[in-house]
Design a protein around this ligand. Structure first.
Ligand code: HMG
Length: 389
């Protein structure tokens, strides 16, 4: 049975800051951010968006009434959770008006967990071919003002429907995965910003990619010449480029050029949104599928998923006939074109505008946020969401 991605969409907040302006404000040569790190714009998140509302906005655009009837599993991948106990997927279930007979969970392992969601979904659909699984990867990446990770922040969500006979891409077996206890990046319960050993995290990422790519090759005999593109979790676009270069060095010229050219297309959305953690690899997939003009159905794509801590996985997918017809390119173009640029001062103010922990009641200015679904505040310690439609 063919199982894979039937639908895929994303949402990012309505504001961004130019990384060139951020560099100037930090007295850094802008080339470091735009070329050395490879990021052009960084999403800025209003107080009226959190992981739940970002994910709900991403899912809203892709689900039809027919999908809603068939979805019997919602898997919410995030490291920006809003509750220690209740799964974020339950809020999504309510906001999107899904059927009652749904299994609904939140999964966590840094940026890796949406991939875990896809593999869980694959097993579920193998046993229940009629069902569809909704997978959400939503995060707000926060390192803090004036930190070396600051330029690698971002925010957004990817929503995917996984089903049998998918319209976009089948997920092949076997995939190859790995776990190792490393402290490259983590966020203790008391902190709303990440702790990171930056250079160490870069080394771990490269090490995981090389291990997994070669282990996958040994297991499947799929090599660079069998892949039309290799996609990466992109904490910043230069990171994926470094990893790719480490395996294409010895490839023949045609393979090297094809993989580098397609990587260039796959990083474009990430370069103007930033790190969206769990959704990052899949944002890169959307970027490749929506912006390439030459990749045909039947092409094989490699995907490298990495979540600090750390877990990684390398797997492949095959693009399906007419996959372009199942994409939402125009909607995404409009969303990205209609964002508002904000100054570094405005970004700093928004960054610091957080709700103190323990707040019992608060109403938030949702009229200032053009998003359809907003985080409207807290009432008796219960988070409130509004669907403006
Ligand atoms: P840094 O140490 O300030 O930067 O922070 P740098 O000194 O390494 O410079 C970066 C690059 O810019 C270098 O190029 C410089 O040469 C270049 P490279 O050697 O890498 O090729 N450069 C310039 N280029 C052009 N013009 C110039 C110029 N100046 C310098 N004028 C660091 C970099 C990534 C460490 C930092 O941003 C950071 O800590 N980021 C957060 C951690 C991170 O993203 N790690 C990635 C791997 S871990 C991961 O992916 C998981 C994660 O997503 C979390 C999760 O799983 O949940 C993070």
């Amino acid at each position: 049975m063919k199982i894979g991605i039937d639908k895929i969409g994303f949402y990012t907040p309505n504001m961004y800051v130019e990384t060139e302006n951020l560099a100037k404000a930090r007295h850094i040569d802008p080339g470091k951010f735009t070329i050395g790190i490879g990021q052009e714009k960084m999403a800025v998140t209003p107080i009226t968006q959190d992981a739940v509302s970002l994910a709900a906005n991403a899912a809203l655009e892709i689900l039809t009434a027919e999908d809603k009837k068939a979805i019997d599993y919602v898997i919410f991948a995030t490291e920006s959770g809003i509750d220690h106990s209740k799964a974020a997927s339950i809020y999504i279930h309510e906001l999107l008006d899904l059927e009652p007979n749904v299994r609904s969970i939140e999964v966590k392992q840094a940026c890796y967990s949406a991939t875990a969601g896809i593999q869980i979904a694959k097993g579920h659909i193998a046993l229940n071919p009629e069902s569809k699984v909704l997978i959400l990867g939503a995060d707000i990446s926060r390192y803090g003002l004036e930190t070396s990770g600051e330029v690698t922040q971002g925010a957004g969500a990817v929503a995917m429907v996984v089903s049998a006979d998918p319209k976009i891409m089948t997920i092949e077996s076997p995939s190859v995965y790995q776990t190792e206890d490393v402290m490259d990046f983590w966020r203790p319960l008391h902190s709303d910003t990440a702790f990171v050993q930056g250079k160490y995290s870069v080394d771990q990422y490269i090490k995981f990619f090389q291990n997994l790519y070669y282990a996958h090759h040994d297991k499947t005999n799929i090599g660079l010449s069998d892949l039309d593109a290799i996609l990466f979790h992109l904490p910043y676009t230069k990171m994926g480029m470094k990893a790719l270069k480490s395996v294409v060095e010895e490839a023949n010229e045609a393979d090297r050029e094809r993989l580098l050219a397609n990587f260039d297309i796959s990083k474009r959305y990430n370069a103007i949104v930033g790190n969206i953690y769990t959704g990052s690899l899949y944002l890169s997939l959307i970027s490749l599928l929506e912006l390439n003009t030459t990749i045909e159905a039947g092409s094989r794509i490699g995907l490298f998923s990495y979540g600090s801590g750390a877990v990684g996985e390398f797997f492949t997918g095959i693009l399906q006939p007419n996959y372009r017809e199942a994409l939402y390119k125009e909607k995404h173009d409009n969303m990205l074109d209609n964002r508002t640029e904000v100054s570094v001062e405005a970004y700093e103010k928004t960054f610091q505008d957080t709700i103190p922990s323990g707040t019992e009641n608060i109403e938030l200015p949702i009229e200032q946020d053009p998003a359809t679904i907003c985080f409207a505040g807290i009432k008796d310690h219960m988070r409130q969401y509004v669907n403006k439609n």
